[in-house]
Design a protein around this ligand. Structure first.
Ligand SMILES: [Mn+2]
Length: 242
């Protein structure tokens, strides 16, 4: 039995099913979140993840559906309350409706980090390099991409000149596998920021026509399935956090 981590699925159910068939049964499966949005069947992806008994960390897109549901529930019980979030576009709203209360409850219960053994942890986005792993904030683990010279997360969409990706500065000792940031549409990114510490970025942009990537913790092997097609355009994706 291996521990196999799967990158951002974003509704790409056919590719997920192909990858699960390649991987085979009997392994510990951990998804990196962002099951929702962009691809054709996010609700089917949520169903499949539950069917196969996979674990999953929460992604920022999953969290957004949870937050939307909470605001809408409050609005229904308090007619004067206004949902402060920008409305979902029509396709996203339809996916949200199809998710239902039970699907929202499933997403709401997802942890923001999962221990994988062997000194490895899974998070969706990243960590702030000068903060110890146990003290990382949920918002950072959900969304971090770029950091400033002090090692703090840069919250803005477009990184200022000189910003670095957090994985190039993480001091460990934990090894971290993450999604969220598409470094490349084909090749997963491996950083070894300090001796003995590995960060593996395995979101290879399946929903943008790239690859769905699985990473085997024990061996470092990557198992990939190409996207059937591009379901969304990559424009600004690495700066878009909403
Ligand atoms: Mn994300």
């Amino acid at each position: 039995m291996a521990t196999i981590v799967i990158g951002d699925v974003h509704g790409c159910l056919e590719e997920l099913d192909e990858l699960l068939a390649l991987v085979g049964a009997g392994h510990r499966l951990v998804l990196l979140g962002d099951l929702m949005d962009r691809g054709p069947d996010p609700v089917g992806v949520v169903r499949r993840v539950r069917e196969v008994g996979a674990e999953c960390v929460m992604g920022n897109h999953d969290e957004k559906h949870v937050r939307w549901a909470r605001h809408e529930a409050k609005r229904r019980t308090s007619p004067g309350y206004r949902n402060p979030m920008p409305p979902f576009p029509a396709d996203r709203a339809a996916q949200h409706a199809a998710l239902g209360d039970e699907g929202v409850a499933f997403l709401a219960a997802l942890p923001v980090r999962i221990s994988l053994g062997g000194g490895w942890w899974a998070v969706h986005g990243g960590v702030a390099p000068r903060t110890e792993f146990a003290a990382q904030k949920a918002a950072t683990m959900l969304r971090c991409r770029w950091i400033d010279d002090a090692g703090a997360m840069i919250g803005r969409a477009d990184p200022p000149p000189g910003a670095r990706h957090w994985a190039r500065a993480w001091g460990g000792p934990e090894n971290i596998v993450y999604g969220h940031h598409v470094h490349d549409l084909a090749v997963a990114r491996i950083d070894r920021p300090v001796e003995g510490v590995t960060c593996a970025g395995i979101d290879t942009g399946c929903c943008f026509g790239g690859m769905l990537t699985a990473f085997v913790i024990e061996t470092g092997e990557m198992i990939q399935v190409p996207a059937r097609r591009a379901y969304a355009t990559l424009r600004e994706v690495n700066g878009e956090d909403t």
